[in-house]
Write a protein that binds this ligand. Sequence first.
Ligand SMILES: Nc1nc2c(ncn2[C@@H]2O[C@H](COP(=O)(O)OP(=O)(O)OP(=O)(O)O)[C@@H](O)[C@H]2O)c(=O)[nH]1
Ligand SMILES: [Mg+2]
Length: 223
Amino acid sequence: MEVKVVRKVLDVNNTNARRNRERFAENKVFVLNVMSSPGSGKTTLLEKTLARIMPGIRSGVIVGDICTSHDADRLAKTGAPVVQVNTDEFGGDCHLAAHVIEKAAENLDLGELDLLIVENIGNLVCPAEFDIGEDARAVVLSVTEGEDKPVKYPLMFRECDAAVLNKTDLLPYLDYDRDAALGYIRQVHPGMPVFEMSTKTGEGLDAWIDWIEGRMRLKAEGA
Ligand SMILES: Nc1nc2c(ncn2[C@@H]2O[C@H](COP(=O)(O)OP(=O)(O)OP(=O)(O)O)[C@@H](O)[C@H]2O)c(=O)[nH]1
Ligand SMILES: [Mg+2]
């Protein structure tokens, strides 16, 4: 019985996600869903990405948190249009579902955007289960979280198109086995690009930005 209920929720979500995807395609906007556990550095990554991405790429953000507009306040300083979703107002969901993205997107002029980045709610499990109509998904993992998260939370790493290994500036202070972490990511999702970086210093950010721009070009070419 419980399984049936869950399946129904996901079926409804998939229908909503299809509608979002069509709407994003009509407006020629590329949608990137960024996910991670709380505090891995999603907002910092977005701040730096928006500051560095090719001028001429018109970007907007939908950011999800259970409470507060802290992240929206930070991201608004980039000059990009930002919509904050607080799920506390409808039950404190630990993920952004497709119908929530649909509502949030009504506050943006999609026709004026080339790139819409969604910062999902900090959670390494639920967001991976909900298609929101995005074109690409990325997971951020920081070195302070330990090496084995990809094998403990495999769905997230399996479902993403790229991984960011963040906070590399802290490596000198940690007993972090980088090769083990990369090995675990490869074990769960062979061939997925991994961008090692410090969003704090900006080191390693360029390859990530090249990846986003490349994915946007592929979509524009209809690939
Ligand atoms: N040392 C270091 N700290 C970082 C780096 N990136 C982010 N931080 C810090 O990590 C903390 C969390 O960063 P956020 O960008 O807010 O993380 P988040 O994933 O958006 O957090 P939630 O939205 O709450 O899930 C902040 O104190 C950041 O300054 C990094 O590359 N190196
Ligand atoms: Mg954040």
